[in-house]
Design a binder for this molecule. Structure first.
Ligand code: NAD
Ligand code: ZN
Length: 360
């Protein structure tokens, strides 16, 4: 399956399929990589032992000169120290402006390696090879960056990849909880955009959870389609792109307050979407059936819809949401839903309204 992202200043393909890692050289050829012969793989300590050899071998056979750096797995690698370290590795390997960086891993590696590519010698091209389900979201759209001690993703850039190659076979080694986390973003893409995708997810949840290759490719394809549709209308998030934050206002606050790692990103977003749809009934008068259906869909993918009060208090959550850049003069902004498959950014929501839905 192939999808094309078309932006004002660039265009790139997303390939999705089973066993397509082996086709990497052909895909590179197709992308016009004839004169770029030096490639540098950035991966993490879980993914590299599983897939880096295969990628390296197939590229070397095709005549590329391939270097590699491996960072410790986990969110804590997404920082400026790693950035500096990786830039050193790129320099030592002799990467120049004709070279290409390959991000091989989940969203952490995509964001980190993408930011290396965005900043190295004022920017060189990069390729995304996502290996988590969540990365169907992070590998498309061009947001790259690292964390600061005072905030997640606050140091970054917009830097679009030159292509995305998604081999769904890599998902077979993904821990179950990470897989489930990724389904939260798939469900999000359906909920914000596409009622027929929602129905399809309902009907296919069991096969998807079992990683049926064709179904999972289809889910990734449709999820990416939504992301591409939104990003191509608003690459730099001046308007529409904000809807991709559905479930993320509560979700980000929950991750921060509970302590990173207590909830996966997807679990937090699932709880956030359940909160947002409850809030929608109060603010927009959305039908209660939308709440029921949303929760049912999340549960079908074994995602939570409520947080454990022993992890966080409502007050701490509200405080964390207030620190969110979207809160102005005590008025919160939320992406809310009026019906399945359609959402909007609503400003001027008061703390009291949020308080009532948090523990509902
Ligand atoms: P991750 O990259 O940390 O991967 C999750 C875990 O799975 C890690 O331990 C990793 O080593 C392991 N793993 C990855 N692929 C594997 C495989 N195939 N087999 C076995 N283990 C594997 O996390 P993630 O959930 O993919 O991404 C989360 C990150 O993505 C966050 O930092 C978030 O900020 C970022 N993100 C960015 C965007 C964006 O638009 N740029 C969007 C959403 C999320
Ligand atoms: Zn997210």
């Amino acid at each position: 399956k192939k999808l094309t992202v078309s932006l004002d200043h660039c265009q790139y393909p997303i390939y999705i399929g089973k066993g397509i890692l082996a086709k990497l050289p052909e895909v590179l050829q197709e992308a016009g990589m004839t004169f770029r012969r030096k490639l540098f793989i950035i991966s993490d300590s879980h993914v590299a032992p599983l897939y880096s050899k295969q990628v390296q071998t197939v590229l070397e056979k095709a005549g590329y000169e391939v270097g590699m750096a491996i960072v410790p797995a986990g969110e804590s690698s997404k920082n400026l120290q790693q950035l500096e370290h990786l830039i050193g590795e790129c320099l030592r390997f002799g990467l120049d402006r004709q070279s290409v960086i390959i991000a091989l891993g989940g969203g952490v590696i995509g964001d980190l390696a993408g930011f290396v590519a965005a900043t190295y010698m004022r920017g060189i091209p990069f390729i995304q090879i996502p290996t988590t389900l969540l990365a169907h979201d992070s590998s498309v759209g061009g947001k790259v960056g690292v964390n600061h001690a005072l905030g997640k993703n606050v140091i970054g850039a917009f830097h679009q990849p030159m292509l995305v190659l998604y081999d769904v076979e890599t998902l077979n080694t993904l821990p179950k909880r990470e897989l489930i986390s990724g389904f939260a973003e798939v469900v999000k893409h359906a909920l914000i955009w596409d009622p027929s995708f929602i129905k399809w997810l309902e009907q296919n949840s069991e096969e998807l959870m079992a990683l049926h290759a064709e179904k999972i490719s289809e889910a990734i394809y449709r999820g990416c389609q939504v992301k591409v549709a939104v990003v191509s209308q608003d690459e730099k998030e001046v308007g529409l792109r904000a809807i991709l934050n559905y479930g993320h206002t509560i979700g980000h606050a929950l991750e921060a307050v509970a302590g990173y790692g207590v909830y996966t990103h997807g679990e937090a977003v699932a709880i956030g979407m359940a909160g947002a749809v409850r809030l929608s009934t109060k603010v927009l008068g959305t039908d209660k059936q939308v709440v029921v259906k949303t929760e049912k869909l999340l549960h079908a993918f074994e995602l939570p819809t409520q947080y454990n009060p022993s992890h966080v208090t409502d007050e701490l959550l509200l405080q964390a949401m207030k620190r969110d850049k979207k809160v102005r003069n005590d008025e919160y902004s939320f992406v809310l839903t009026s019906d399945l498959g359609s959402v909007e950014l609503v400003r001027g929501i008061h703390e009291e309204q949020i308080r009532t839905i948090l523990q509902e």
